[in-house]
Design a protein around this ligand. Structure first.
Ligand code: ATP
Length: 610
């Protein structure tokens, strides 16, 4: 590829360096806008993927880079003519392998220069381009099976031989999975809107396109090459997952009905795994809530959908629920975890059969249903789906009174559901892909504690333990996601609820994400012993929500100088199925806090939490 439609990789390396020293999101956006504007449309997808610290969207199911630390060390050693030992020692001294590569390449370049002067020849090093780097990285990822380790080392060392010291720093960090630019997808979308849509007002168009394509690289390419109008015309495509619509939570039937406009379309909230089922002819693909391709885990669902979804092309959505083969009763969603084991899926299919309860339709035979109101979508779903032994449509009623809502809620729980989903059915009740909003409200049972519900928070820091936990991590600093600002705000420090086994595993779980300094998108008044890149999500419960001046979650929303916190938080489990942006949001915590206040209006609690 000529450099006319390519970009020197140096530009990217310089940008990454600039991003390392900034402190605000606005600066980050400005830097990204300037990079995107400089980037030719032909390769802008690659630039976006690299910034997102990936090679392609996860849902494509393509392999990850898969280069072990030892192999990276070897590649640096080969490229610089040093021993593995020296590379390792340099990394220890400088803090990371990226810097080690940078420093050692710089030394070897100096030597080459001297030799060139001595022997008076002119070195003709070609400039490294984004395409060259990306394509080599893609080849590294694609190298699989026997002998792939050596191929990966060879390709990487070749690439490092061609790179400048600074380029090497970022290539190595990328391969290690430690680029850690801290750029969230919201920031990237803002930057795309400003660079190609004329300003931040174009952000909703970019966002909708992203919600329909789940591929920011592709969206960037379309908008950079063809303009913002082209994005407006995008429709769902069978085979490309759509980012799921999400629900707000609430626990007061009267207010729930108010929020959906007086009348609610109420369904069981099944406790299983969300499935987005794509069908074209007899081909069926199933995507998870996180848009991973999980088709192989559910050969039975593939068969049910193939028979029951009667449209040449369709995208429908539902919950896969484990059922007791003897009684047909629902089983807890944990049972579905057995399906994640790749081997002997047929045995698991027999042992833990499932049923699918469809609750939405997003596309069928050329019609984009995401823009249609719920009643119309439901009619289409009923028309297209023929129920069979494994395929059903979610049970629902329409309610106008809190009493009826409560009655259906009790019935749902009695039948093994987690609660109910209350959905708006007015004319604007479209399918808001990728958005958590009040068009869907989850109303879940709570028997565990005073807190209405568990929360899913992101680990942003860790503290060393004391006493029995000496030498290990003893607690984690947890944060909620503020979606307006695209930052993570701290909520609590959690040290309870961990088993010894959980604690023993913590160092390994945290290791890949430990950072030297506070991640840019983390807002914290507390300095943990180590900072952790916001990636890991854990489910917590506590005695109650409270206000604390130590925490930054939704500061100013309830009281000027205090954030929302959790009293006596307890770890329940890791939520590997959620990404950091899927965590409980700061505004959800505000809502939870407000409804808790109402519940205990007589004796409001404002204890301080740490
Ligand atoms: P949770 O952790 O409570 O499962 P979530 O963050 O995964 O929630 P939400 O949008 O908050 O997702 O809650 C809706 C989830 O409930 C969906 O993702 C889906 O998996 C599940 N669900 C079960 N029954 C329904 C239904 N009838 N309609 C919509 N979603 C349903």
């Amino acid at each position: 590829m000529s450099t006319a439609n390519d970009l020197p990789f140096k530009v990217l390396a310089d940008t990454f360096e600039a991003l390392e020293s900034i402190t605000s999101r606005t600066q980050m956006t400005n830097i990204l806008v300037s990079l995107l504007k400089k980037t030719p449309p032909e390769i802008i997808d690659k630039v976006v993927y690299i910034i997102e610290e990936r090679l392609w969207p996860d849902w494509k199911g393509l392999p990850e880079l898969g280069v072990a630390e030892k192999s990276i060390i070897k590649a640096i050693a080969v490229a610089t003519g040093q021993s593995d030992d020296i590379v390792e020692k340099t990394a220890k001294t400088l803090g990371d392998l990226g810097k080690a590569a940078e420093s050692l390449i710089s030394v070897s370049r100096e030597k080459q220069k001297k030799a060139a002067t001595l022997l008076s020849f002119v070195s003709t090093k070609r400039e490294l381009t984004v395409s060259r780097v990306y394509e080599t990285l893609a080849r590294i990822a694609m190298a699989q099976g026997e002998g792939s380790k050596d191929i990966k080392i060879r390709l990487l060392s070749g690439l490092l031989t061609e790179s400048s010291p600074k380029e090497a720093r970022y290539i190595v960090r990328f391969v290690e999975g430690k680029l850690r630019l801290g750029v969230g997808e919201a920031t990237l979308m803002d930057a795309l809107a400003i660079a190609f849509g004329g300003g931040s007002f174009a952000r909703p168009i970019i966002e909708r396109a992203y919600n329909l394509r789940a591929d920011l690289g592709e969206v960037a390419k379309v908008v950079a090459a063809k303009g913002i109008e082209e994005l407006k015309a995008l429709k769902p495509v069978v085979g490309i997952p759509i980012r799921p619509m999400l629900a707000e939570r609430h626990n007061n039937p009267e207010e729930i009905l108010e929020k959906v406009g007086g009348v609610g379309f109420v369904e069981y909230k099944y406790d299983g795994e969300r499935a987005q089922i794509h069908k074209r002819g007899s081909e069926v693909i199933i995507y998870s809530r996180r848009l991973e391709n999980i088709t192989h885990q559910y050969p039975d669902v593939v068969d049910y959908a193939r028979r029951g979804v009667r449209a040449d092309e369709a995208i429908v959505e539902g919950e896969i629920v484990a059922v007791d083969p003897d009684t047909g009763d629902f089983k807890p969603f944990q049972e579905l975890m057995h399906r994640k084991r790749k081997y002997d899926i047929q045995a698991v299919v027999k042992e833990i059969p499932v049923r699918v309860f469809l609750f939405d339709i997003l596309y069928a035979n050329g019609v984009d249903y995401t823009v249609k109101p719920l009643p119309e979508r439901r009619r289409a779903l009923e028309e297209i789906v023929e129920r069979n032994e494994g395929l059903d449509i979610a049970e629902y009623i329409t309610v106008k009174t809190p009493g009826d809502l409560e009655k259906f809620f009790m019935e749902a729980i009695g039948n093994g559901a987690e609660g109910v989903m209350v959905k708006a059915l007015h004319k604007d009740s479209i399918y808001q892909a990728g958005t958590r909003g009040w068009l869907w409200i989850k109303y879940k049972r709570d028997y565990r504690s005073e807190m209405i519900d568990t929360v899913d928070l992101v680990v942003v820091g860790a503290f060393y333990g004391k006493g029995r936990r000496g030498g290990k991590f003893g607690a984690l600093l947890m944060a909620a996601y503020n979606e307006e600002k695209d930052v993570f705000e701290t909520v609590c420090k959690v040290g309870s609820g961990f088993t010894d086994e959980d604690l023993n595993k913590l160092p390994d779980i945290l290791k890949p994400y430990i950072m030297e300094r506070k991640p840019v998108r983390v807002v914290s008044n507390i300095e943990p012993d180590v900072w952790v890149e916001p990636k890991l999500v854990a489910e917590l419960i506590g005695a109650e929500l409270t206000l604390s001046p130590l925490h930054t979650c939704a500061v100013g929303k309830i009281r000027g100088d205090a954030g929302i916190s959790i009293r006596f938080p307890r770890f329940i489990r890791w939520r590997d199925d959620k990404g950091p942006e899927d965590a409980t949001t700061s505004s959800e915590l505000v809502e939870m806090y407000k409804s808790q206040l109402k519940k205990i209006a007589e004796k409001p609690s404002e204890g301080e939490a740490v």
